[in-house]
Ligand binder design. Structure first.
Ligand SMILES: Cc1cc2nc3c(=O)[nH]c(=O)nc-3n(C[C@H](O)[C@H](O)[C@H](O)COP(=O)(O)OP(=O)(O)OC[C@H]3O[C@@H](n4cnc5c(N)ncnc54)[C@H](O)[C@@H]3O)c2cc1C
Ligand code: FES
Length: 280
């Protein structure tokens, strides 16, 4: 059952490095029972900052027993640079868990989980949930180079198989994260693919899943200004059950979408015929 989102002051317990990324562990019992694919919106800059927008991060790990959650982030701009300076004992204002999680398959079986860069963060808790439901998770992680991969040694304990790819061949198999998918899907008999990473990767994963005749669920990281459904910053064109395209908020209707419903080639535009944009 999903936990309702809350705004809470969270104590920083640990800030550590995770390859090219930083991992931030917080005491936030209200978020600890999140579902895989959900995210948190973190206020940055302190009390008197001009940075009014929260920054969103996938929830990587949670422990309802000790009331902690962890996110993994790359320093990108001013907000994440501020987060990178936090120290144990500091407090951050966090809203979560937000968004809709990855749907679980109706029957346990094999699933392929695909993560690009820090996009693999939400896939480890998903692997645990699939495993607990009697299924098995086959993880494929990819990045431009070895330092941009995000996965730990424990991936081999949590997943039935782990495949690593890098664009430059500095770790694992040289090539794109989508390259091993057709063979892996055929070998494992997977009926569902879960993916989180850059938009182009999600579009490619959806195409592979379609070719292989399986379902793809994709967690998008569209820019989000509010994270709670108010500002419409995060909309992308999604086709509904009625065949109509609507500009859909990825913070509330997503971040997880059935890959086939997203008009990947039109993301960033309002395609002709979209509901409310003419043609209706
Ligand atoms: C659901 C989700 C999950 C994510 N998970 C992770 C993760 O696990 N790890 C990670 O490293 N990153 C993750 N990201 C990306 C992360 O949110 C950004 O890297 C972060 O916001 C950068 O903040 P910054 O201040 O460092 O960068 P800056 O570029 O200085 O600022 C980014 C800010 O600008 C806002 N913004 C961007 N575009 C627009 C726009 N068009 N209109 C209005 N506001 C805009 C954003 O909302 C954000 O607040 C995720 C994003 C989303 C949406
Ligand atoms: S981020 Fe504001 S509506 Fe989605």
């Amino acid at each position: 059952m999903s936990v309702p989102p809350r705004q809470v002051p969270a104590e920083v317990l640990q800030l550590g490095s995770a390859g090219a990324y930083l991992s931030l562990r917080l005491r936030a019992p209200e978020l600890a029972a999140f579902q895989p694919g959900q995210f948190a919106a973190v206020a940055v800059g302190g009390r008197h900052t001009g940075m009014v927008l929260r920054r969103c991060f996938s929830l990587y790990a949670g422990d309802p027993g000790d009331g902690t959650v962890e996110v993994v982030f790359a320093v990108h701009g001013k907000g994440t640079a501020w987060l990178a300076e936090l120290r144990p004992g500091d407090q951050v204002d966090v809203v979560g868990p937000l968004g809709r999680p990855f749907p679980l398959p109706a029957r346990p079986g094999a699933a392929v989980l695909v993560g690009g860069g820090y996009g693999s963060a939400p896939l480890f808790s998903l692997a645990d949930v699939l495993h607990a439901a009697g299924g098995e998770a086959h993880l494929v992680v990819g990045a431009a180079s070895a330092d941009k991969l995000f996965f730990g040694e424990e991936a081999w304990q949590r997943c039935a198989s782990v495949t690593v790819t890098t664009d430059d061949g500095s770790a694992g198999v040289r090539g794109l994260v989508t390259d091993p998918l057709p063979e892996l899907i055929a070998r494992t008999g997977a009926t569902v693919l879960y993916a989180c990473g850059p938009m182009a990767m999600l579009a490619a994963c959806t195409a592979v899943a379609r070719e292989q005749g399986i379902t793809a669920y994709t967690a998008v990281e569209e820019a989000m200004a509010c994270g709670v459904g108010v500002c419409m910053t995060c909309v992308l064109p999604v086709v509904g059950d009625d065949g109509v395209t609507r500009m859909t908020r990825s913070c509330t209707a997503g971040p997880v979408f059935a890959g086939e419903t997203v008009r990947w080639a039109d993301v960033g535009t309002v395609p002709t015929g979209t509901w409310g944009a003419g043609g209706h």
